[in-house]
Design a protein around this ligand. Sequence first.
Ligand SMILES: C[S@@+](CC[C@H](N)C(=O)[O-])C[C@H]1O[C@@H](n2cnc3c(N)ncnc32)[C@H](O)[C@@H]1O
Length: 214
Amino acid sequence: MRIVEGKKHRELSPEAFAELAAGFTKVALDLGTGDGSFVLRRARAEAETLCIGLDAVAEAMAESARRARAKPAKGGAANALYIVGRAEALPPELAGRCDEITVNYPWGSLLKAVTEPLPDVLAGLAACAKAGARVALLINLAPFQDPEQRDRLGLSELDAEIAAERLTPAYEAAGLKITEIETLLGDLPERTSWGRRLVVGSGRGTLVIESKKL
Ligand SMILES: C[S@@+](CC[C@H](N)C(=O)[O-])C[C@H]1O[C@@H](n2cnc3c(N)ncnc32)[C@H](O)[C@@H]1O
């Protein structure tokens, strides 16, 4: 896997990753992590958890990856790991490793993959989870409410009712049991950078999907 360390990237071998992960009681993966600040905050708060942020865009994670490498007294967190990768081809080293997976405010191909959903991508995501792992998604509903934007992004209609009908069986086929679907207006369950940008003070709805790996 390709990992980000500030502006530089380097290869981390499967053996080195396994050795690193073995030093923690939990592994949490944030898919489509963006600027990685959510992962850095969590890593600072949970020293026993290996907190992994994965995104297709390495540059966006560079600053958080750089901060994570500082000494703990200066806000560093050696348990934060940033991986450059795509949801469509997740590193095989992650298979069956994660106790928790979050997908916060996805866009582009990731948004399409989790909402259509695209079975192969969803199965790849589910394959990273351990049995019983929590898989939680926060989805901005605004693009689904504008037919023009929906068409441009190649999305189908979506609200809590449609999600229950369309996503429940598809997620179950991928090995994920949906336990809760809820729409939040204005509330922000996770203060991620995009969550704050999209939701706070906007009245935009967030679809919360909680699921469990079977
Ligand atoms: C709106 S941002 C949200 C970032 C962060 N989760 C947050 O809440 O601040 C969506 C992120 O998803 C990433 N993304 C989109 N499609 C992806 C894919 N197929 N694989 C990995 N990351 C993807 C983008 O690069 C972007 O950083």
